[in-house]
Design a protein around this ligand. Structure first.
Ligand SMILES: [Fe+2]
Ligand SMILES: [Fe+2]
Length: 190
C-alpha cells in the first residue's frame, strides 16, 4: 500500500488540524507498537485511517452506517461515534484493506470494547494521549501510563474516559462500559 498516497488523500479530506492529529496519532501508535511488540506496519496503517471518516457530514455517515451490521446500535448513540465503523468500512472498500485486526482497530478506536486486541489498544491509547491532546488531567494520565504494560495503560485510559464522560453526564456507548468493566475486573483479580 502506498502510504504517501494515503497521507495525501487524508490531507485533502481533513481540516489541517485534524490531519496533523492523525499524523501524531500514527507516530505515537508506531512508537507504542514498537515498545509492546505489536506489528509496527499495522499500527501505522490503522493510525492513518482511524479518523478517515471524521468530518463527513452526518447524512452521508448515516447512509454508510446503514450497511453496518451494528447499524441499529450505533444509530441510537451520538453521531460523533459513527466515523469509527464507517472509517473501517471505507478503508476496506476504497483501499482494499482486508486485515481484520487493522479494521477492528479503526472500528473501536473511539469506544473501546471488551476483548480488545493489542493493536486496538495501541490505537486507542495513541489517539487519547498523542502530544497535541490537551484536556484536564492529560499530564497526569501520561505520567501514570508511562512505562506500564499495554494492559495497564489501557486500564488507565478507559478509566479516564469513562470518568470524564460520567462527569459530563454524557450518554456512554455500552462497549465502553464493557471495556471498563473488563479492565477493572482484571485489575481487581491481580
Ligand atoms: Fe476518531
Ligand atoms: Fe483521532
Amino acid at each position: 500500500m502506498d502510504l504517501q498516497q494515503v497521507r495525501n488523500d487524508l490531507e485533502q479530506r481533513l481540516p489541517q488540524k485534524r490531519y496533523e492529529h492523525v499524523l501524531r496519532v500514527t507516530e505515537a501508535a508506531k512508537e507504542l507498537a514498537k515498545e509492546t511488540g505489536v506489528p509496527v506496519e499495522k499500527a501505522e496503517i490503522a493510525g492513518l485511517f482511524h479518523d478517515y471518516a471524521k468530518f463527513m457530514d452526518k447524512e452521508e455517515l448515516l447512509e454508510l452506517l446503514k450497511r453496518d451490521e451494528e447499524y441499529e446500535l450505533y444509530a441510537q448513540y451520538h453521531s460523533e461515534l459513527w466515523h469509527a465503523p464507517v472509517g473501517a468500512l471505507l478503508a476496506k472498500e476504497r483501499y482494499g484493506i482486508e486485515d481484520e485486526e487493522i479494521l477492528q482497530a479503526i472500528r473501536f478506536h473511539t469506544t473501546g470494547r471488551a476483548g480488545m486486541t493489542d493493536l486496538e489498544k495501541v490505537i486507542y491509547i495513541a489517539d487519547l494521549i498523542e502530544p497535541g491532546r490537551k484536556f484536564p488531567g492529560i499530564e497526569d494520565l501520561r505520567g501514570r501510563i508511562k512505562g506500564q504494560s499495554l494492559e495497564e495503560q489501557m486500564t488507565e485510559c478507559i478509566q479516564h474516559t469513562v470518568k470524564f464522560l460520567v462527569h459530563q453526564y454524557a450518554v456512554i456507548f455500552p462497549y465502553s462500559f464493557d471495556c471498563y468493566n473488563e479492565h477493572v475486573r482484571r485489575r481487581k483479580e491481580q
